[in-house]
Design a binder for this molecule. Structure first.
Ligand code: HEC
Length: 153
């Protein structure tokens, strides 16, 4: 009786190995078939967290190229703005514009929804379509660039 219920250790080890291989296979398959996570945007209830996520991989040098390629600097001259606010020291000003919005979140808002806050003395003439023209990562790169523009140089 006893003996007939004993399972040979070889079979047990074989089964365990099979389960391990099977679980590994399923896990790899699930990970591989998961669609790439969408690039984060900073819309929604937590703008700060969204912008922080955008900035984790942001490339400020690429941002500096993007503001030229997208003609931001046609209006925003770094030194002194006429058509648009100048960008010298923007990183410092941005932190003060709309407390408690951080500088990064304010810049995100300024680019994606320019009329949410209109800088005093300027017409709300900034194009409102950059949200559609730029990818979230490009906006992150631009914000990273703008955050380097401190008054102290
Ligand atoms: C057609 C001219 C024009 C273009 C092009 C333009 N802007 Fe603006 N921008 C403005 C004007 C005018 C304001 C001030 C009014 C306002 O706040 O909306 C402004 C405001 C801003 C502000 C807030 C500045 C501050 O001092 O608080 C930021 C940041 C900004 N723009 C970023 C950008 C970026 C980045 C681009 C390119 C992707 C861009 N702008 C392209 C005209 C422009």
């Amino acid at each position: 009786m006893e003996a007939s219920r004993k399972v040979s250790p070889g079979i047990v080890i074989g089964l365990v190995l099979l389960i391990i291989v099977g679980v590994t296979f399923v896990a790899v398959f699930v990970v591989a078939s998961e669609p790439a996570p969408p690039a984060p945007t900073a819309d929604g209830p937590d703008v700060e967290a969204g912008v922080a996520a955008l900035l984790t991989n942001a490339d400020a040098e690429r941002g500096a190229e993007l503001v030229v390629a997208n003609q931001c600097v046609n209006c925003h001259i770094y030194a002194a703005g006429m058509a648009a606010p100048g960008w010298n020291g923007l990183a410092d000003r941005a932190a003060e514009r709309q407390p408690p919005l951080s500088a990064a979140a304010y810049l995100y808002e300024s680019i994606t929804d320019p009329t949410a806050y209109v800088v005093e003395g300027y017409a709300p003439s900034m194009p409102a379509n950059f949200k559609d023209v730029l990818t979230p990562q490009e906006i992150g790169d631009i914000i990273a660039h703008l955050l380097t523009l401190r008054s102290s140089g």
